[in-house]
Structure formats: C-alpha cells, structure tokens
Design a protein around this ligand. Structure first.
Ligand code: CP
Length: 317
C-alpha cells in the first residue's frame, strides 16, 4: 500500500481486518517498526477522534508524530495552478506539500468539502495535489468525499459484534441542523460493499448518494421498512448530493428511538461521532445497551495502526 485514500487502496480487506484484530490484542508487537520515521498530521478542519487515534496508532508503532492545524497555524494555501497570487492566499499547495514531504515519511491530511461546488469537492484536488507534490505516502484523515479510517474501524466493530455470518446492516440518514459532508456515508457504503453483509440504505427522497460509492445497494425510502430485521444500524446525517450541499429535510421523525428498534433483530446502533444528541440520535439509544459508538471510536486506533503498519512495511523496509 502506497497511499490510503479509499477502500480501493486495500488489496485484501479481509486480510487487513484480521491484521487489525491482531494488533488490537497485541498493540505493541511492532513498536520498533516505525523507529526514526515521522508522520505529519495536517488538519484543515477540527477533529477529536481522528487526531488522537492516529497519534496513538503511530506511537504504538514507535513513530514520531508532528501535528499541525494548518488552517489556523499555517499560511493560507492556494490550490489553483498558474494563478497570480495577488489576493488572500500566501503559499501555493505545491510548495507547502513539497516541503512537508521533506520533513515527513508519511503525511495524514484532513480536508473537508466546501459543499459549494460539487465538481471541485468530488475531484479531491487537495489530496491529489498532496500526493503529487509531497512524494511520500498520504493517508486520508477524511477528505471531501471519503473517511476510510472511520469506515475500516466500523467494519472491525461490525465483525466483533455480529451474531451471524452475514448480518443485515442499514445506513440511515438522520436529521441535523447544518449541512454536513457525504464523506462518512459514501465511505461506509463502499466498505460495506467489500464486506460480507446484507447492506441497505434509507433516507428521505433527495438524499441519494453518488452511485460510484453505493453501487447497486437497495434504497428503501420508508425507514421502518428498511430497519426490519436489521442487525446493525449506522446513523448519519449528510447533505444532499444531487441538490449539492443543501439541507432538504429537518424531519425529526427520522431520529432513531428505542421504539423504532422493535422491528430489528436486536440491532446494535452505530455513529461515527461527534453526534448532536436528540437531533441525530436520541439519548435513550446513545446511553443504552445497544450503542456501539465508543467501541467504534476505540477501533479507530487499530484501523489506523493496521494501515500505517502496511505502509511502513511496503515503503520503508
Ligand atoms: N469520527 C471522527 O472522524 O471524529 P473526529 O471528527 O472527532 O475526528
């Protein structure tokens, strides 16, 4: 593995899953692997879990970690080629990325979409430019369209808690007061398509995701029907892809409650966090026995550690 930007960078998802489970049992077995190697974590947006779990994963592998909130602490970056930089941007991404590539052996980046121009966001220009100019392995800490470290942690969590070989997994849209990216939902979909699960998506009309990520996954617009016999329910808000970046519904009936779980197969409930309580997901579920949200967050360490281990072995040994 050179870069980790999507599930397509993983040669064998099942093998990587088994490696992550082993690392969870023995997190320090490769503590010399990353000796004298440096990972730089570059954040253009806030983070709690991604920042801390990636740092912990790198430290478990013996790596040095440098973290920069580039949006607040660095120079404003220009991304357009050939532009006359006489406005507010101070440094071109090609110069900044090239320099960071000299300081770091691996670079992790978080850069959210602006949710204004679909073509610009879905081109993943920011990440592609880092790949091109930094010339070191790049790990997505959540891009404009995908959040693969989260989805891999979600797959690990489902594997740990499933009670049948092929569980039914439902991705359900939930209300939110602000327009959020589609990245978590896109990414979860493409990882579920690689897993041994029966996958269904439910959302109000108008919230269809990009088919590149959802493939032929059934969409059931009636949430109660979609939840029937579910083993896992993944709750997430996203803004519209077709009516790009718009909030089309604030319907609180889409918030999951214990009553809605009655038609499921004792479903476990997942969310990547942060979550707006009693808007996206009810207190009674988050504080109840069916929630896996903390387990998912814990597994962020091992999804990341498995990925960093692969990159270290394949690029530096
Ligand atoms: N789930 C997730 O990525 O959390 P953070 O935004 O806190 O990193």
């Amino acid at each position: 593995m050179r870069n980790f930007l999507s599930v397509d960078d993983v040669e064998d998802v099942e093998k990587l899953l088994q490696k992550a489970l082993k690392l969870k049992k023995e997190p320090f077995e490769d503590s010399a692997l990353g000796k004298n190697k440096t990972i730089g974590l570059i954040f253009m947006n806030p983070s709690t879990r991604t920042r801390l779990s990636t740092q912990k994963a790198a430290m478990n592998l013996g790596m040095n970690v440098m973290i920069m909130n580039l949006d607040k602490e660095g120079w404003a970056l220009e991304t357009q080629e050939g532009i006359i930089m006489n406005q507010n941007t101070v440094e071109h991404i090609k110069d900044a990325a090239a320099v960071m590539g000299r300081y770091c052996d691996i670079i992790g980046i978080r850069s959210f979409p602006k949710l204004v121009d679909k073509l610009e966001d879905y081109s993943e220009d920011f990440f592609q430019k880092f790949v091109k100019y930094a010339k070191v392995p790049i790990v997505s800490l959540e891009s404009a369209t995908l959040h693969p470290l989260q989805s891999f942690a979600d797959l690990i969590t489902i594997h740990e808690h499933k009670t049948k070989d092929k569980p039914k997994v439902v991705l359900t849209w939930a209300p939110h007061i602000k327009p959020l990216p589609q990245a978590v939902a896109n990414s979860f979909s493409e990882w579920m398509l690689k897993g041994n699960v029966d996958f269904v998506i439910t959302h109000p009309k108008g919230y269809e995701l990009y088919e590149k990520f959802t493939g032929s996954t059934p969409i059931i617009y009636d949430q109660n029907e979609a939840l029937r016999d579910a083993d896992f329910i993944y709750v997430k808000n996203w803004s519209s892809y077709n009516d790009y970046g718009q909030v089309l519904s604030l319907d609180s009936n889409w918030m999951l409650t214990n009553e809605k779980l009655e038609v499921t197969n004792n479903a476990k409930v997942m969310h990547c966090l942060p979550v707006r309580r009693n808007i996206e997901l009810s207190d009674e579920i988050l504080d109840g026995p069916d929630s896996l949200v903390v387990e998912q967050a814990e597994n962020r360490v091992y999804s990341c550690q498995a990925v960093l281990k692969e990159i270290l072995i394949e690029n530096f040994n």
